[in-house]
Design a protein around this ligand. Structure first.
Ligand SMILES: [Cu+2]
Length: 157
């Protein structure tokens, strides 16, 4: 083996490792549930997932405070140009990368959000990943205009 090449290779590797910084940790942040103004319609749940040291899939987002949750992706029908939503069974969270669930993109929908999170202004949720990690997140609950839920406003006066 060419010695000089070997030395260069080692130096490059050390540089690359050094630039990676601390090991990334799988996290969920900036989680907000926006209540639908019509109770029978689903509410939109948005958040960011930060990838950990390995690629994983987000398999499910659940909460004891809603009847049903689904992960959705948004697309455009090539024939009609209409915006469509389709359920997703899993979403890849690449190592060290941020995956956004936001308005107009991937999101979670919740049906039948009960009174508990509406009164507290926050909701308990759990994120299940393919490496069996379960991350519990307390998310803010808001009305469409970004203010506290009406039920909380009624209590707070
Ligand atoms: Cu949806």
């Amino acid at each position: 083996m060419n010695r000089r090449l070997f030395t260069l290779g080692t130096a490059t590797l050390a540089l690359m490792l050094g630039s990676c910084g601390p090991t990334p940790q799988l996290k969920v942040k900036e989680a907000v549930l926006t209540l639908s103004p019509v109770d029978s319609n689903p509410s939109g749940f948005h958040f960011n997932v930060y990838g950990g040291p390995e690629d994983v899939y987000l398999l499910r987002v659940s909460t004891p405070s809603a009847i049903r949750t689904e992960m959705h992706d948004v697309g455009v029908d090539p024939k009609t140009g209409a915006v469509t939503m389709s359920p997703m069974n899993r979403v890849l969270i690449p190592a060290g990368k941020k995956v956004e669930f936001k308005r107009g993109g991937k999101h979670v929908m919740m049906w039948g959000v009960n009174l508990i999170p509406r009164r507290l202004g926050e909701i308990e949720t759990e994120f299940l990943f393919s490496n069996n990690a379960r991350i519990r997140v307390k998310a803010r609950v808001q009305e469409m205009d970004g203010t506290d839920p009406d039920e909380k406003k009624a209590i707070d006066g």
